[in-house]
Design a protein around this ligand. Structure first.
Ligand SMILES: C[S@@+](CC[C@H](N)C(=O)[O-])C[C@H]1O[C@@H](n2cnc3c(N)ncnc32)[C@H](O)[C@@H]1O
Length: 273
């Protein structure tokens, strides 16, 4: 089978699974060959080595397995992170959360923060790379994210700046910190998700409880109880009202909501009194 025939075959297999089947076919073939996409064009009549192994990759994607799990890597912000089944693939909207936190860190000269639910380490790693003087304690309740995050921390040589702890929320964080950031699980348990998400990504990273915002509210309570000044969280597009009502009753200095690039409510910044 020639490279161009393998690409047509893969594009056809992926046409009902992804929005850009040809592009994903090219990415998978580039990954399989360890070459860039230009190589596929300049060598399109070459015979493909390891046809079966390539077809296996395509069959996995055709069953809705996310591309990132197949290749073991995800692009996020300005870096590539290791990922594997059991850890959430970082999403583009979380880059907005990072920019908002970065502004606060700059403005307030923050030198220590905590992250709840580290996953691959995406948020903590990007922030630690932006601020060389920032120390981070990042928690997760699950083993796989902690292992993958440590691998990513090592990849960027950030061992001195980021410490991981297995913890429910911030219960095991005893170091001082001035800000908490979190992209916690916030999806309602009966929400219908696409097959590539619900069949492959970890439930612990997705579902926040019956209405979805239970963990977010617990985080708000815990951060207030620890007298930390700043909390920045990502949330679901339909959770603004319930979070607003909750903090109104609780009493905070201010809460500001932000939107994602599609215009959906996506998170909030709380300044506690
Ligand atoms: C939505 S993922 C976010 C991962 C990563 N921060 C990101 O933005 O890509 C949520 C993470 O929170 C973790 N988690 C869920 N419940 C938790 C809890 N009670 N305490 C700490 N971490 C928790 C999950 O294991 C998962 O890794």
């Amino acid at each position: 089978m020639m490279i161009k025939e393998a690409l047509s075959w893969a594009t056809e297999k992926l046409k009902d699974v992804c929005e850009r089947p040809q592009y994903e076919a090219e990415l998978l073939l580039s990954y399989h060959l360890g070459k860039d996409r230009i190589y596929l064009v300049t060598h399109d009549e070459d015979s493909l080595e390891g046809v079966e192994a390539f077809q296996e990759l395509v069959q996995r994607r055709a069953k809705h397995e996310p591309y990132e799990y197949i290749v073991g890597e995800a692009s996020f912000y300005d870096i590539d992170l290791f990922v594997e089944a059991g850890v959430l693939i970082p999403r583009p909207e979380t880059e907005i959360l990072i920019d908002i936190v970065a502004e606060i860190i700059k403005k307030e000269n923050i030198t220590c923060m905590a992250e709840i639910g580290v996953g691959t380490g995406a948020i903590s790693i990007v922030l630690a790379r932006k601020f060389a003087g920032l120390n981070v304690v990042a928690t997760d309740i699950c083993e796989i994210p902690l292992r993958v995050a440590q691998k990513n921390i090592n990849k960027f040589a950030l061992e001195k700046q980021i410490v991981l702890k297995k913890s429910n929320l911030i219960n095991e964080v005893h170091e001082p910190f001035e800000l908490v950031v979190s992209n916690p699980p916030y999806i309602a348990e009966d929400f219908l998700l696409a097959s590539n998400v619900v069949d492959y990504e970890p439930k612990e990273a997705l579902f926040g409880g019956k209405t979805g915002d239970e963990l977010l509210k617990q985080i708000i309570l815990d951060v207030k109880a620890r007298a930390i000044k700043w909390l920045v969280c990502e949330m679901g597009y339909d959770q603004k009202e319930s979070i607003q009502v909750f903090v109104n009753e609780l009493g905070v200095k201010s809460i500001q909501f932000y939107k994602d690039l599609a215009g959906f409510d996506r998170g909030f910044v709380i300044e506690f009194a």
